[in-house]
Design a protein around this ligand. Sequence first.
Ligand code: NDP
Length: 336
Amino acid sequence: MTCDEKIVWGLLGASNVAQEWMHGSITAHPDCVVGSVYSRSRERADQFAKQFGLGRSFTDLQAFLDDPELDAVYISTTNERHPEEAIAAAAAGKHVLCEKPLALNVADAQAMVSSAALAGVVFATNHHLRNLETHRAIKECLASKALGQLEAATLSFTVGLPDSLARWRRGSSQEGGGVLLDLTVHNMDLLRFYFDAEPISVCGMSPDDTVDNPNLPQENATTVWQFADGLLLTCQDCFRTPYAGTSVAIHGDRGSIFGDEVLWQRAQGRVYVKDASGTRDIPVEHRVPYDRTIVDFVNAIRGRGRPSVTGEDGIKSLALALAASKSITTRTTVRL
Ligand code: NDP
């Protein structure tokens, strides 16, 4: 592919997130077009093709991947399907942008990333939070050391799961449902982005009914993450709190930074700092986070940098979310 040629994408999965967000962000990039969709269902494939004016729709995965016009795939099927589909896409020589969590276990996620490396294609994970301007502003403040020694932090991803998204998230741990692989995994990517450091241990809790039933995905989990420098970070992740709102708060001995309503897909929210001089807002120019994902992905294909969230980042966020799950189900602190 030359630098002038368009990158032709295929949507691997007729999903809500592809429909609501990713088709728009892919086509917002001047070098990208979406050419095809794959779905197991002929009806969903046709409906997507019609809605987005796509020339080709497939219900046969290999035929979709063998399309010589296809350059890159966006995988947004349910979580248990990601490994097989990503490995097949890489083997067919297509660049892969894969939804989080990459897989249901770390070995599968590693196999996905290795298969892309072997095939010489770009592989990226679609964690969006670090591409929101609010979180970039928070990271900049942390990097300036203006808050002093960091002591405590809370990420509250406390939402109400709408019925339209509940089908597999609430129903089935086989498809990777539950709050840990849906929301906690995003928080894990965010904390790695904020601090450029890995936590050293985790202790988590969930209501007893889900802890005692491995087939019931957890919908409410609180986890405490310890860092080597003494920071203790709490994640509250819940599907059953529609009025809570989402927030970030990070406290040091010289100041605190807050992000209100910043853990959403939509670019929104307020960031402000409190310290000895009072309270002041940090101005943020909101932008759709997935647009940056696509810009960085295209640059990586063109040999100009790396994706915003790499495959290795996706393996790490998954490993941390699974460590939280282990802590909850074994009722122990897990060393990382
Ligand atoms: P959906 O339930 O909308 O779609 C997932 C898959 O389920 C589709 O690819 C489709 O597969 C199948 N499907 C869709 N509708 C139906 C239906 N009515 N009955 C049966 N099967 C159906 O999932 P989401 O869009 O909510 O999530 C998809 C992935 O994206 C997940 O991995 C999730 O974690 C991730 N995600 C990431 C976000 C982010 O910000 N990074 C945000 C939201 C989700 P097929 O067409 O092949 O049949």
